[in-house]
Ligand binder design. Structure first.
Ligand code: HSE
Length: 436
């Protein structure tokens, strides 16, 4: 059978990796896909780079429009990134009847509903395994492998840059700013690292996972997002003394009231496997009612790991290219007409346990005042440590771990504690999950 023809938009790190993996493993891939998969056109603004990678194996152009409208192209791989041009090109490719493979989580988290609706109307596929956790086949696992389950929750380390920073802060006792510089020097963090360190990249990915897990539309605007830039080495150290590690987790949880969708630094018990995921690696823990907890671990970025996901999508699309669109796996795992309108809960309504740290004057009654406020807010204390004041100092740190409480009660208690004249710092709050 004739090879399926692919047009590649953007031949940077992931595009280059995709080209290489497809070439290196072409025989094996053909045996799996049932026909050859050929990158026939590449569009990139840097044509010299594109030519040096493709080495005459395909046509190179600098206008991506030529690819998405070329009659011979069956599948378009979008690796340009961003929202504007990428969105135009993806919609144009769909309108022209091409299937799309993309790694663009920002695009899908913000415009996915529109893009999937357009693809559904046109009877083409939009595959996005590479958009979440790089090489880990988490979309496939959730959408197909776990399809028997009612998913209860997902908790994932889905941003490698922030995990690298937290790992370094913990193992070397360094400050956030110093490790960020190191991450930039190593090429992990972007020159503008905001999306990585402020949890936005993780929230994009979590939003997609939540839709697939719970069968709800993509709602990135309702995700609560808090990054790691305010975390101190001190909190990481205290957490460790209490038997916890701090990770930037994306958490999507089904509750009776609705769906929790939140990204924030989280204390997790140090003995959990996911607590020991270090450096730039990613991991996603999924709890299904039938299977129980399953854990997926691997490289969340990088040329070939991400290419592994892109090529897997190419093989899937190739196999299903001629299938009746109604017989394909739905984009968001649930049939488009069966998405639920379960509300996404505001962060105030979330139930979690909490780590609270405050600097206090070392004098009688301080602890009693604080615990009284917590008791009045119906917040139960799970554990507590008070440091001995340093030599010659009349102040010290108190760290309190709470049992589960509603976030709005914690906020009220923090505000009341902050007003005590004996509390000398703002109260630091980090959410805590047992993940059991
Ligand atoms: N910037 C992402 C990370 C990789 O640090 O995990 C691509 O999703």
């Amino acid at each position: 059978m004739k090879s399926i023809k692919v047009g590649l938009l953007g031949i940077g790190t992931v595009g280059g990796g995709t080209f290489k993996v497809l070439q290196r493993n072409q025989e094996e891939i053909m045996r799996r896909a049932g026909r050859g998969i050929e990158i026939a056109m590449v569009a990139d603004r840097d044509m010299e780079r594109a030519r040096s990678i493709t080495n005459g194996a395909c046509e190179v152009v600098n206008d991506a429009n030529l690819v998405v409208s070329h009659p011979d192209i069956d599948i378009v791989i979008e690796l340009i990134g961003g929202y504007t041009i990428a969105k135009e090109l993806v919609l144009k490719a769909i309108a022209n009847g091409k299937h799309v493979v993309t790694a663009n989580k920002a695009l899908l988290a913000t415009h996915g509903n529109e893009i999937f609706a357009a693809a559904h109307a046109k009877g083409v596929m939009v595959a996005f395994e590479a958009a979440v956790a790089g090489g880990i086949p988490i979309i496939k696992a959730l959408r197909e492998g776990l399809t028997a389950n009612r998913i209860q929750w997902i908790a994932g380390i889905i941003n490698g840059t922030s995990n690298f920073i937290l790992s370094e802060m913990r193992s070397k006792g360094l400050a956030f700013g110093d490790v960020l510089k190191e991450a930039q020097r190593l090429g992990y963090a972007e020159a503008d690292p905001t999306f990585d360190i402020e949890g936005i990249d993780a929230a994009h990915k979590l939003t997609l996972l939540a839709s697939i897990a719970f069968g709800v539309p993509i709602q990135f605007d309702k995700a609560y997002t808090e990054g790691i830039s305010q975390l101190t080495a001190e909190d990481i150290r205290y957490a460790e003394q209490l038997g916890y590690r701090i990770k930037l987790l994306g958490i999507a949880k089904r509750t009776e009231a609705g769906i929790e969708l939140r990204v924030h630094p989280t204390l997790i018990p140090a003995q959990r496997l996911i607590a020991n995921v270090e450096g730039v690696m990613n991991a996603v823990l999924v709890k299904g009612d039938a299977v129980g907890a399953t854990l997926y671990y691997g490289a969340g970025a990088g040329a070939e790991p991400t290419a592994s996901a892109v090529v897997a999508d190419l093989v899937d699309v190739t196999r299903l290219h001629t299938a009746d669109p109604g017989h394909r796996v739905p984009h968001l795992a649930f049939q488009p007409g069966s998405l639920a309108d379960t509300p996404i809960l505001p962060i105030d309504a979330v139930i979690s346990s909490y780590y609270l740290r405050m600097r206090v004057a070392d004098q009688p009654g301080v602890l009693a005042d604080i615990t009284r406020i917590l008791a009045d807010g119906n917040i139960s204390i799970d554990a507590m440590i008070q440091k001995e004041p340093a030599e010659g100092e009349a102040q010290t740190d108190i760290i309190i771990l709470t049992h589960q409480a509603q976030e709005k009660n914690i906020n009220a208690a923090m505000a009341a504690i902050g007003k005590l004249s004996t509390v000398l710092s703002k109260v630091t709050r980090i959410r805590m999950e047992q993940l059991n």
